[in-house]
Design a binder for this molecule. Structure first.
Ligand code: 2PG
Ligand code: MG
Length: 447
């Protein structure tokens, strides 16, 4: 196996889609066949807003005089002063070897010493650089590491109405997604999703509702009246129909409730977790009943973080009651961490996992979690963060692992469409080899 000697690592502070600083890393290697040439792999780390409690640590400076405390100079310093001296002029055969060194250098379970943003930037940049050094596209390199064919384009889960922490409206649920799964190729599916987005804009406008967008490029209207969530779901159905598509056959619906954000902080430990939903306090059972009702009213196929990350008891009931006909995705619940995923597998909690590189902090651990999920019959959805950049690593990751689903936001904002554009390129390059799984990832046994 070819060894890749790291010649240089540099890091800089750049901005994410919310205008907050984040880490960019550039890592230099020699070209494998032309050793006198060098290649530079570059990666930018994303950042979440509705973060899970057990996510790996995102190191921020906390200096209120710079970027409101959100600077990442400490993370850069850790790369320049601690990581670079440990890896420069050393050769690594593969990403797992480098990531092991980074993990050992940090020495903590949640990467709190060096910062997951520092570590992940180096890890992703190394994959990119190895790809360039071997004249292999990044998705192909990932497929080699993951030992798959790497030819499956993901079904996009497009978040076209934003709420919760990603918008300034009265929706408790964070993401209302359309899932154009009933098509035979990624590009057709994307087109249907995008057309639906434009029709939604017109419908909102016609009703005098706002068409300004939230963090992930979806609209963020304020629905009036007592059932804003159902109004949002109805609106999606109308948009699909008005775009000329068939809801429940070509385009389906998915939610990310991000319920940890609206669960009520209960002073008494041990008392059941409740949810402040549509201004009422609801039990987990009542939330489940709401989802159950919606799943009969609408072509809903997937619910992410339907209950809070601490509510394992509620999650178990949710899975028992709806898991045989809906995809139930753990995001804050699992934080891309094999330890929590194992607990989910063992206790039959959830049936899918959201995959975010920066929740765990290295490419290798991300791939390990995905392997574990796939071996256990859990679906994987590779995901962006609400704070994104022009980096399209997740598009390569989704194809390279054949995972079948990606969550990359709406059809507006360059930070979101950059991922879809990369997937279009990959689809074109794969040509006849490209596979689009359609509704397959969502098929479950009927009750
Ligand atoms: C989520 C994500 C991405 P954030 O909750 O799934 O949509 O949001 O990055 O804010 O955690
Ligand atoms: Mg989520």
């Amino acid at each position: 196996m070819t060894k890749n000697k790291i010649l240089k690592v540099i890091a800089r502070e750049v901005l994410d889609s919310r205008g907050f600083p984040t880490v960019e890393v550039e890592l230099t290697l020699n070209h494998q066949k032309r050793p006198s040439d060098v290649v530079v792999g570059r990666a930018i780390v994303p950042s979440g807003a509705s973060t899970g409690e057990a996510e790996a640590l995102e190191l921020r400076d906390g200096d209120k005089n710079r970027y409101l405390g959100k600077g990442v100079l400490k993370a850069l310093q850790n790369i320049q002063q601690k990581i670079a001296p440990a890896i420069e002029n050393k050769a690594f055969t593969q990403i797992a070897e480098l990531d092991r060194v980074l993990m050992d250098l940090d020495g903590t379970p949640n990467k709190s010493q060096l910062g997951a943003n520092a570590i992940l930037g180096v890890s992703m940049a190394f994959v990119r650089a190895c790809a360039l050094a071997s004249d292999t596209p990044s998705d192909e390199l990932i497929a080699k590491i993951f030992q798959t064919s790497g030819n499956t384009l993901p079904v996009p889960l497009m978040n076209i109405i934003n709420g919760g922490k990603h918008a300034d409206n009265d929706l408790d649920i964070q993401e209302f997604m359309i899932v154009p799964a009933g098509f035979s190729s990624f590009s057709e599916a994307l087109r249907a999703g995008v057309e639906t987005f434009h029709h939604l804009k017109k419908l909102l406008k016609d009703q005098g509702l706002s068409t300004s967008v939230g963090d992930e490029g979806g609209f963020a209207p304020s629905f009036h009246g007592k059932n804003p969530h159902e109004q949002a779901l109805e609106m999606l159905i109308r948009a699909i129909t008005s775009a000329g598509y068939r809801p429940g056959e070509q385009i389906f619906l998915a939610l990310d409730s991000a319920a940890s954000e609206f669960c009520e902080k209960n002073e008494n430990k041990g008392s059941p977790i409740t949810y402040l939903f549509e201004k009422k306090s609801l039990s987990a059972a009542e939330m489940i009943a709401t989802y159950d009702r919606w799943s009969h009213q609408y072509p809903l196929i997937s619910i992410e973080d339907g209950l809070a990350e601490q509510d394992w008891a509620g999650w178990k009931d949710l899975t028992e009651q709806l898991g045989d006909r809906l995809q139930l995705v753990g995001d804050d619940l699992f934080v891309t961490n094999p330890i929590f995923l194992k607990k989910g597998i063992e206790t039959h909690t959830a049936n899918a996992i959201l995959i975010k590189l920066n929740q765990i902090g290295t490419v290798t651990e991300t791939l390990e979690t995905m392997k574990l999920a796939q071996e256990s019959g859990f679906q994987c959805i590779v995901s962006h963060r609400s704070g994104e950049t022009e980096d399209t690593f997740i598009a390569d990751l989704a194809v390279g692992t054949n995972c079948g689903q990606i969550k990359a936001g709406s059809a507006s904002r360059t930070d979101r469409v950059a991922k879809y554009n990369q997937l279009l390129r990959l689809e074109e390059r794969l040509g006849k080899k490209a596979v689009f799984p359609g509704t397959k990832p969502f098929l479950r046994k009927k009750r």
